[in-house]
Design a protein around this ligand. Sequence first.
Ligand code: PGA
Length: 244
Amino acid sequence: MAKLIVANWKMNPESVAAAEKLAKATDTASLVICPPFLFLSNVGRILQKARLGAQDVFWQNSGAFTGEISPLQLKDLSVEYVIVGHSERRQYLGETDYMVAQKLSAVLGAGLTPILCVGETKKQRDSGEQFKIITEQLNIGLSLLTKNLCASKSIIIAYEPVWAIGTGLTDDPDSTLKIISFMKRELLKLNQSCSYHFIYGGSVTSQNVESFLRHQEIEGVLVGGASLNPAELGTIIKIAERYS
Ligand code: PGA
């Protein structure tokens, strides 16, 4: 499988014009671009090669949920991927593992591919709780999946240690590999028929991306800050192509 690069623009850039410019400058195959909701439509019209992703979703398809965006609305804009459970949403918006579970099954139900983010904080890592936290995030986050929902569908799991996001610190790729094989074992226990792919996120740059992507088990990267810089993202994509 080609390595997957997910560009998470977060709450950037500040205008439609700037979003369109960035989309034009970074439109590349094997890239999923996740702009803010309100740029999805314009960015979607520009993309020829990259696919469109959303940064979040609500778990109902329609109804009285002020301010929310549904999986069907995303699908209507040609969105194919949806990030769920990003640590910034868990931290600033109080998203719980159960909310993440609802979002995840709604995304699969609409025929979209979820990118489920998991990862521990610095405190949890230091106190040896890393594996416990990730087990919890997986067990609850995936608890609403059924055989039907999973049938011939993929879920992308992004391992994103919270302490590495936007800090310039990255995980040691060997430790990421350990987490991935741990997650694979945990997922086997859940006895579900979804197929899983594993990517890494947290301060990915053109300087460190190769140390992750040279491992077959790390199937891609989720890029935040560096995805706003077309030259930097271009280099990341070139490196990824060598391993695809
Ligand atoms: P970052 O963000 O690359 O800026 O650390 C990663 C992310 O969105 O999770």
